[in-house]
Design a protein around this ligand. Sequence first.
Ligand SMILES: C[S@@+](CC[C@H](N)C(=O)[O-])C[C@H]1O[C@@H](n2cnc3c(N)ncnc32)[C@H](O)[C@@H]1O
Length: 632
Amino acid sequence: MLEASLNGTSLDLVSENVKKLKILFPEIVTEDKIDFAMLQAVLGQHIDHANERYSFTWQGKVQALRLSQTPSTGTLLPCQEESKDWDTTQNLYLEGDNLEVLKLLQKAYHNKVKAIYIDPPYNTGNDFVYSDDYRDNLENYLRLTGQKTEDGLKLSTNSEKAGRYHTNWLNMMYPRLRLARNLLTDDGVIFISIDDNELDNVKKLCNEVFGENNFIDIFSWVKTETPANLSKKTKKAVEYILCYEKNKNDHKFKGLRKESKSSNGLLNQSNAVKRLVFPKQVVDTSLADGVYQAGQYGTSSYKIILLEDTEVKDGYFTKDVILEANFKWGQDKLNKEIEAGTKISIKTIAFSPSYEKKEYEPEVPWNLINRSFNVKTNEEASKELERLFGFKVFDYPKPVSLVKYLLNFNVGQHDVVLDFFSGSATTAQAVLQLNAEDGGNRRFIMAQLPEPCALTSEAVKVGYKNICEIGKERIRRAGAKMKAEQGSAVEGLDIGFKVFKLASSNFKKWNPDLADLQTSLEDMISNYVQGRTEMDVVYEIMLKYGIDLAVPMEEYDVNGKKLYSLGFGSLVICLDDDITTALIDSIIQLKDKLAPEKMRVVFKDNGFRNDAVKTNSKEILKQARIGEFVTI
Ligand SMILES: C[S@@+](CC[C@H](N)C(=O)[O-])C[C@H]1O[C@@H](n2cnc3c(N)ncnc32)[C@H](O)[C@@H]1O
């Protein structure tokens, strides 16, 4: 039996990587430390010993890298009252600094996210760039959001004059992108909106984080059709969207489907001459009734030979039409197309066949994105959001149509989509709309800092204190609108979301007051931070265990003690005091009822009636083949 105690930190990425190295090169590990000289020896000729080499670096890069590897000491507190459809929804809205949030998601959502869309601050000189604190980033966040002092977020812009202009931005982005990559599925993709302030930096940064080989393209999106006349050199009409795959693969991206109203000729000069049989009754024609004799037809540029006489009656050929010409298709392809419903016509005496597909495969997207792909502009996006709220609630939201179009490149009906700079939650609305269109159940995870709305903004006047309040309300309104407008067509659409808020761990850190050790010790015995609920602790355990925050949770009352069962019994949690072996027996009964592949159980370390009960409980669980016994 595996016996463990949970601590209050998120996944330790460095230890995980060391474990992977140990598997690859067992010989480099001595006394649980990496022997670097041995690693170099093992890698032999692949080591670069040159002093000068191409690299992309900036001040603070190493610290930023370390920051991405330091486990978070935070947790996500469930906030049912601000959520929608808590019991059933699969969507998440996570409030907090995305660096900490991404760290907390590392275990539960590792390799789970099919697409990430982000629209980070562009570093225009006017926008604020979150500044991490390498000593204690969570404390920094709690201080900034007024959870530690009365101050609240004091945000300053990252001004061009500040000297460390690009550096600050890179230090902010680097650890976040590194963590985001871990969450992508092997065939996952990331889209990053950016303008020319940081385009060259973000490209180099992504080459490093995602690998040059995984670069797909830089899409140019026409953000406006009436560009401002501000520069003496160019009018800026586009912004960019960088796209990387986690592992570049052969799957085709899906752009738009060509409309099936167009009719295409079946001849192509560069194809070899082939003989095709067009079955009678199937081919559509406008030729007059009568017999058509074998011979040469066609046009001045195409020679078409009718190999046997044929006849038209009432708009259909009564005999097969056998033609020889430079056809694009062979007989097999022609037969398959006819079977798939493609309409074949021979309209004129030239006997030149044409086809009209019932439905076209989606085309691979262009790297230019504009109205011809049904993607709207910034101005239209602002108006759409304004219509939803009745006033201008947020500056520069992206168009839903843009995010929808991008996601559709590779996101399937059951995939997870993440946006960790979610702003007004455009991405959530895009996911809802995609699901409404095809009945899919894609899920969204939004992360957003509770950045205060500008004091002079309309949003503040109406009562929205921060951007998270706007984001959540947007999802509520967009979902309600879809239900109202589309009724039973979207009956099963999940328009809910579970809200969680970043906070310090529910588990106390051992931080004794040396002058009053007795009180510190007594204080530790209660295990949790004051004011937190049992549900807060249950969700922290889920995060630490890597369980999806949206999995169904069942609660059982066993003789006044509460058992939480997650994932149909794969994790059972009891946080009550005075646990006896009778409760342990009930857990075993639950195991028999739910029959999970493997059951793990979690108790409070000091929750057992006494040490003997704890020892006995472990033994009983072991005999019942319950694999893991964890105390917190
Ligand atoms: C350009 S906006 C995104 C707009 C969004 N695409 C939309 O359509 O509404 C970037 C957002 O990232 C948020 N942000 C900046 N730093 C953050 C951080 N460290 N954690 C979470 N969100 C952050 C900002 O508050 C801002 O709302």
